[in-house]
Design a binder for this molecule. Structure first.
Ligand code: DGT
Ligand code: CA
Ligand code: CA
Ligand code: ZN
Length: 573
């Protein structure tokens, strides 16, 4: 399956073209990358079936991009990209991951200072070489340094939502072999942590050795650290490490519990066993005569220790074991239980798709309502809408609501930009015509804590604002939250009956699990949104549910688990 590599190369082409300030082409490459990402079949198969014309029917793919894709599949490279890379030999992927600098700046820094790597960039900042360049100042230098520091602190952990496709692909590949009986991904991946260090896979198999041989032939592997009779450790082309372990069927549950973790949770579990004079490890639960009491399933291990079975998302030793002992675990929200999605951007602002395309996809996914929330006017980089454009958009939504009547309801809304002083950048009159309004910060990230908190409270105070979108503003591995007093905002939301969002976009997941837990404790209502900018993104909703489960949220804490009528009723009181 070469899809992942092609997506990566197309995105890289877009970056190189952006560096050179070439118009329109980068957007075409980005769009094409999205399209390949969206393919749910192997690109080789796709071309065999549909030919080059089929490729050209994908959004963003024209003659020239189609040729490049075919070239890559035939030769393993794209000549034009190779040329660009030779011409500007920089670590473009890492450098563009740093908050505060874009492709064009990176190019300028390469031309003027020869900066090629992250290390070069850091050194140049520390030696104040950057602030001396025309158009740059000490502020930019500090910003870049902050960005680098934050990136490094991420410690090379992988964002869960971004590696999910490749892990699912690997699992599919393993199942396809018919060499596995049971298979589970454990570790932080199963606990749905927002980032994962590595992937731990557990299988049972009648032919362990053949399975290991088959596993290390997965096309995405670029290095094999080691392989034995029942174990292998590899690294994928994207840098992600994967451990595969084959265990005996009678121990599968014990191994599953052990390798799911967390370590802290495991330690408490083991203590419970020890208290009874038993022993718990990855092979099973044993009594004092070394007789196996449980091991085949996770459920029986929990049961024998006197516990309710605990969902993996809760296994962090944050009180879950104590509650499970008393049979008092909260019943947390289920996957696929959302009826609506309340934050979606379309091609009216910076989204990739039309309202109609998004609507069709939402119907396919079984949603019964969506709210269109394009950006507002002061966010000009995202093509924000002014009052007049919103009125036009309302007409289009009315038209589509007629067209899709009985299938889905499209709500009118916006992601309103909060001004520096906490006022909104669009008139109350237009907001009063909307069904649902989210407010968000997209500028002045650096205000002092008190001012930033007041700014948000003031915005939420607007009678038309229903919800605070991505409340803390953090981008995982890229930039920290704004300086805010999140507890104060949570309490403010409670008092004023405002919603806080769990933004499910993979690198946002904002609110975080610990904030969600606080909201649950004091009774602040939340919504889970995809923050989709493309039809591909609607599926992120389940990632938001995962985050909500890690925050112990119940269905009743999440307003968009309600059918539309009840949702609207509760929204307004
Ligand atoms: P990660 O990979 O850093 O995102 O986090 P995990 O939780 O996947 O950790 P990992 O891959 O090091 O180990 C997988 C699981 O194995 C972990 O969640 C619990 C278990 N485990 C690993 N080391 C220990 C240990 O020293 N003691 C105990 N009790 N369990 C351990
Ligand atoms: Ca792991
Ligand atoms: Ca591991
Ligand atoms: Zn946007």
């Amino acid at each position: 399956m070469k899809n992942f590599e092609i997506v990566k190369l197309l995105k890289m082409m877009a970056l190189y073209l952006k560096m050179k300030d070439i118009k329109f082409k980068p957007q075409a490459y980005e769009k094409a990358a999205y399209s390949i990402e969206a393919l749910d079949e192997d690109i080789d198969d796709f071309i065999r079936k549909n030919g080059k014309e089929g490729l050209k029917n994908l959004p963003g793919v024209g003659e020239s991009i189609a040729n490049k894709i075919i070239e890559y599949l035939k030769t393993g490279k794209i000549e034009e990209l190779e040329k660009l890379r030779k011409e500007v030999p920089i670590d473009i992927e890492k450098l563009t991951n740093i908050e505060g600098i874009g492709a064009k700046t990176i190019y300028r820094l390469y031309k003027s200072l020869g900066i090629k790597t992250l290390e070069d960039l850091e050194k140049a900042c520390l030696e104040h070489k950057i602030s001396k360049l025309p158009g740059f100042g000490i502020k930019i230098e500090e910003k870049i340094l902050k960005g680098i520091k934050f990136y490094k602190e991420g410690g090379g952990r992988f964002i869960l939502g971004y590696i999910t496709p490749i892990v699912e692909n690997l699992i599919f590949y393993l199942r396809e072999s018919n060499l596995v009986t049971k298979i589970e991904v454990c570790g932080s991946y199963r606990r749905k942590k927002e980032t994962v260090g590595d992937i731990d896979i557990l299988v049972t198999s009648k032919k362990a050795e053949s399975l290991i041989k088959y596993f290390v032939n997965f096309t995405e592997i670029d290095y094999i650290y080691g392989k034995g009779k029942t174990k292998a450790m590899v690294r994928l082309k994207n840098g992600l490490e994967v451990d595969l372990r084959v265990v005996e069927d009678k121990s599968f549950g014990a191994a599953l519990a052990y390798f799911t973790g967390s370590k802290e949770h495991n330690i408490k579990m083991r203590e419970l066993a020890i208290k009874r004079g038993w022993k718990l490890n990855e092979y099973g639960l044993f009594d004092k005569n070394e007789r196996m009491i449980a091991g085949k399933t996770e459920e029986e291990i929990y049961r024998k220790l006197g516990l309710q079975w605990i969902p993996p998302e809760m296994r962090e030793d944050k009180g879950e074991i104590e509650l499970a002992l008393e049979n008092h675990l909260p019943k947390i929200i289920e996957y696929n239980s959302l009826k609506g999605d309340l934050q979606i951007q379309t091609n009216w602002s910076d989204g990739q798709n039309s309202i109609e395309e998004i609507t069709k996809e939402a119907i396919k996914l079984g949603l019964s309502y969506i709210c269109i929330t394009d950006h507002t006017k002061s966010l000009s980089v995202a093509g924000g809408l002014d009052e007049k454009k919103f009125l036009d958009q309302f007409k289009e939504i009315d038209r589509l609501n007629k067209k899709f009547k009985g299938k889905i309801t499209i709500l009118k809304g916006a992601e309103v930009n909060i001004n520096k002083d906490g006022t909104l950048d669009i008139s109350d009159e237009i907001l009063s015509k909307m069904d649902f309004v989210g407010a968000a910060i997209h500028s002045y990230f650096d205000l002092p804590k008190k001012l930033q908190t007041e700014r948000i409270k003031r915005a939420l105070n607007n009678q038309h604002v229903d919800c605070l979108f991505h409340p803390t503003g953090r981008i995982i591995n890229r930039r920290p939250a704004y300086e805010i007093d999140i507890n104060e905002i949570i309490e403010f939301a409670k008092k004023n009956n405002k919603l806080l969002e769990i933004d499910a976009y993979p690198d946002r997941l904002d609110l975080k699990d610990e904030h969600i837990r606080k909201c649950v404790e004091i009774g602040v209502r939340m919504v889970i949104d995809s923050d989709a900018h493309s039809v591909l993104h609607l599926k992120f909703l389940n990632l938001g549910i995962a985050q909500a489960r890690r925050g112990w949220a119940k269905s009743e804490n999440i307003l968009n688990t309600l059918p539309l009528k009840d949702f609207l009723k509760k929204l307004k009181n």
